[in-house]
Design a protein around this ligand. Structure first.
Ligand code: SAM
Length: 265
């Protein structure tokens, strides 16, 4: 355990995660929309606003899946390039994921959207584990991981690797499901002896998985993995322990999600 966070048996977890994303690659985007009622799009937009990339940003998007964060980043850079065509500095994004099926779906989407490499922007797709990055030290100016760190076997290894590949001054940003911290909502729930968030996640998500993707168990697992993930403050301490500074977080939707960020010094 680390900061009170219980780790599941490593092999069991890796296996389950693999099964979930192997099976859902094709329907992944639809499921995201269905389960969050489209709100994941808003969370991701806010994440990009906080990230605030500039021309010349070299981004590593870990657990990049089908490209949701990368495509927002590409759109953002495209706008900057349009507004500033004389700035010849090249930006880049590397979409990195352990599951080639997810990357394949993402590459097809990129083709459809016209999001390939050009002289202003380099786009790469690389398959591998977040705990062992196949990149040299000090390569990137930004590292993002959205809805990915919850699924890894060892969070500390992922943070250590993030720190290693970032340049000094580089920024780590994580978007992840988290824990309700809004005091009004918690009070209201306590008063009514209800936990609407628990009810939604345990009673709605797995049945929805069954109906839309013919799978119950992987979605039950997803809900449990959110519950097991460290609380905001504990995760913040883990990021600091990896060496990052100016570490902070912001809750989205009462803490259903949180954005954690920090800088390599
Ligand atoms: N970032 C994308 C988004 O926000 O839509 C995808 C998030 S998806 C919920 C989680 C992704 O993490 C999956 O594509 C999965 O294959 C990937 N993943 C799980 N464990 C990983 C690991 N150890 N290293 C790299 N990617 C991993």
């Amino acid at each position: 355990t680390h900061f009170g966070f219980e780790t599941v048996k490593a092999s069991e977890k890796a296996d389950k995660v693999h099964k979930v994303f192997e099976n859902v690659a094709e329907s992944y985007d639809l499921m995201n929309d269905a389960m969050s009622a489209g709100i994941h799009r808003v969370w991701k937009d806010v994440f990009l606003e906080r990230f605030y990339p500039t021309q010349g940003t070299k981004l590593l998007d870990v657990a990049g899946g089908t490209g949701d964060i990368a495509f927002r980043y590409i759109n953002y850079i495209k706008k900057l390039v349009k507004a500033n065509p004389d700035n010849n500095v090249q930006s880049s994004v590397t979409i990195y994921d352990i599951n080639q099926h997810m990357l394949n779906v993402g590459m097809k989407r990129a083709e459809r959207l016209g999001f390939q490499s050009n002289e202003a922007l380099d786009v790469d797709w690389v398959c591998g584990d977040a705990e062992k990055l196949p990149f040299d030290d000090n390569q990137f100016t930004a590292y993002t991981i959205a809805f990915g760190i919850r699924n890894v076997t060892n969070i500390d290894n992922v943070l250590r690797e993030a720190y290693r590949v970032l340049q000094p001054g580089g920024r780590f940003m994580c978007l992840e499901f988290s824990h309700i911290e809004d005091s009004n909502l918690l009070q209201w729930q306590a008063f009514h002896h209800k936990n609407i968030y628990d009810q939604y996640s345990f009673q709605v998500i797995p049945p929805m998985g069954q109906i839309l993707a013919s799978q119950w168990e992987p979605y039950q697992y997803l809900v449990e993995s959110i519950r097991r993930f460290p609380k905001q403050q504990d995760f913040k301490k883990m990021i600091r322990a990896a060496g990052f500074r100016a570490v902070d977080y912001e809750n989205l939707t009462f803490g259903v999600c949180a954005i954690h960020s920090g800088y390599k010094v």
